[in-house]
Design a protein around this ligand. Structure first.
Ligand SMILES: [Zn+2]
Length: 329
């Protein structure tokens, strides 16, 4: 049975408890991270934990993961948004090949998914993702010197193809256990087309979520948190707010407004990008924005930033003001 929808206060509790467990890891946690590290090393994948080597020093990775959660912005993603992202992220891969720091909703975050996401891996097995976390880190090997450490978390109550073999190992860790952790350097072209080969990209899904959160059709609400939850969170992660991510709905149904159901399977995300405001000298090129996002670094002409948006089946951007949304099923 999937867990019931948590209140925002309970989501904060999950974040705080996960942080505390990693900050003072039990022997079980250390054994688990070491086992994971050895498994990754055998496959030549231990670099995903850079600069840590959990096969030898699992405590350092646990410490880094807890630091990543400390002070992190907390998000609760509604089941409706989870369903939409799962429908559109596949169409968006290949159009959104790299990550930029400006796309992140926060430099450090923890996002709880009200509905777990099932992802198929290279072995054709499915695993459930219940939460994700990330933090911007310095990453000298990368082209920009910065990256994010992206970690996905599974929940003991969400069944998947690994449940039977893994449950005993995971049961003692707490409800959340590390599923994957990896480094995504900024501005680096990432492998695409994974879904075409029959498996999912958890980064592709998360990137789609971040982009979606940056569009005008997404909204974040900060509900009042009961003081018991707020106090506990303050003690462990030094922050006590939750951003509930949901669709921005038209305030009222205006006469001229369109009313239709959206087939999200036929939508895709357009990544935020720079655009020249007028003509420029030299050969045709895409605008690369300067830090102030007002000029193109290549030609110096005036340019602007176009926020990410969702394109609908008619090839037009979806506008919150003109649409009343319902998830099509
Ligand atoms: Zn230019």
């Amino acid at each position: 049975m999937p867990v019931r929808t948590l209140s925002p206060g309970e989501v904060l509790d999950e974040l705080g408890r996960l942080h505390d467990r990693l900050a003072r890891p039990s022997q079980l946690w250390l054994d688990y991270l070491q086992w994971y590290g050895q498994h990754s090393r055998t496959k030549g994948l231990e670099a995903t934990f850079w600069p840590y080597k959990p096969s030898r020093e699992p405590g350092k990775l646990a410490g880094a993961l807890s630091v990543n959660l400390f002070g992190a912005e907390c998000y609760q993603v509604t089941a409706e948004i989870v369903a939409i992202i799962s429908e559109i992220y596949q169409n968006s891969q290949g159009l959104t090949g790299h990550l930029e720091q400006a796309e992140l909703p926060a430099d450090a975050g923890f996002a709880w998914l009200d509905e777990p996401v099932l992802m198929t891996d290279v072995h054709g097995k499915r695993s459930t993702h219940r939460a994700i976390s990330w933090r911007v880190i310095s990453f000298p090997p990368g082209p920009t010197g910065a990256a994010i450490r992206l970690t996905t978390w599974s929940h003991i109550e969400d069944p998947d193809d690994y449940s039977e073999t893994m449950d005993e190992k995971l049961a003692g860790l707490g409800p959340l256990a590390m599923l994957h952790s990896t480094i995504i350097p900024f501005a680096q072209q990432l492998p695409v087309g994974m879904t075409e080969q029959g498996y999912d990209s958890s980064f592709g899904w998360v990137h789609a979520l971040w982009m979606f959160m940056g569009t005008e059709i997404a909204a974040a609400q900060r509900p009042q948190i009961h003081r018991n939850f707020a106090r506990r969170a303050m003690r462990s992660v030094k922050q006590n707010q939750v951003n509930v991510v949901l669709l921005r709905r038209a305030a009222h149904h205006e006469g001229g407004g369109e009313h239709r159901e959206i087939d999200w399977k036929c939508c895709w995300l357009v990544q935020g990008h720079g655009r020249h405001l007028e003509g420029y000298d030299g050969p045709h090129h895409r605008a690369i924005l300067d830090a102030g996002r007002r000029h193109c670094l290549t030609c110096g002409a005036r340019a602007t930033y176009v926020s990410p948006y969702v394109k609908g089946p008619d090839n037009m951007p979806l506008k919150a003001s003109r649409l009343v949304f319902r998830v099509s099923r």
